[in-house]
Design a binder for this molecule. Sequence first.
Ligand SMILES: N[C@@H](CCC(=O)N[C@@H](CS)C(=O)NCC(=O)O)C(=O)O
Length: 207
Amino acid sequence: MLTILGRANSINVRKVLWLCGELGLEYEREDWGQGFRDTSDPDYLALNPNGLVPVIRDGDFVLWESDAIVRYLAQKHGRDDLYPAGLEERALVEQWMNWYGTGFGQSFRYAFHALIRKNPAFADQAKIEESLRACAARVATLEAHLARNGPYVVGQDFTLADILIGAGVNRWMHMPADKPPCSAVAAYYERLSERPAYREWFNSANA
Ligand SMILES: N[C@@H](CCC(=O)N[C@@H](CS)C(=O)NCC(=O)O)C(=O)O
């Protein structure tokens, strides 16, 4: 049995949960992380020395880093549609996964903790505005790309890149801030919202 360790309100845990839904996998989940079991527990640190969620246990195999986990699970279950075997197709999926990991996914973090989680440690107005600006710039890049090359980030097929970027778009759409109109991103968000596995983990009730 696959076990996912991590609180379900974490965006990085949700990427894994969303993928498990797409794959139709059975799993158990343990609540670890902020507000739940403390990830500085030595038993947890023995699994992930970074003390972050998620971690998976798949039999005796342990893996952390959400993007590595989604790659592993898609490959393990032979889902070439989500993580293509072809060199160029896979490179494009990787390109957009890295775009999320190194830019888009970082950009909304401060504003999210300030405006949605209302965490008092994130109260610096200048940093909130900077986070919103940085995120809007990434969304503008995505908007132009989807308008020309959609319906999904790598074209016709839904892939792992959409799981990461879709998670980020969901955070952006729920951000209580003035946002420039982005019709292609809005249509993408609606398209993803049709997927039952997405709806289970990403909806306005559980931002
Ligand atoms: N690069 C890591 C980042 C993991 C991460 O930052 N997780 C956050 C939640 S989104 C966390 O563990 N926060 C501390 C906690 O919940 O205790 C991944 O993608 O798995």
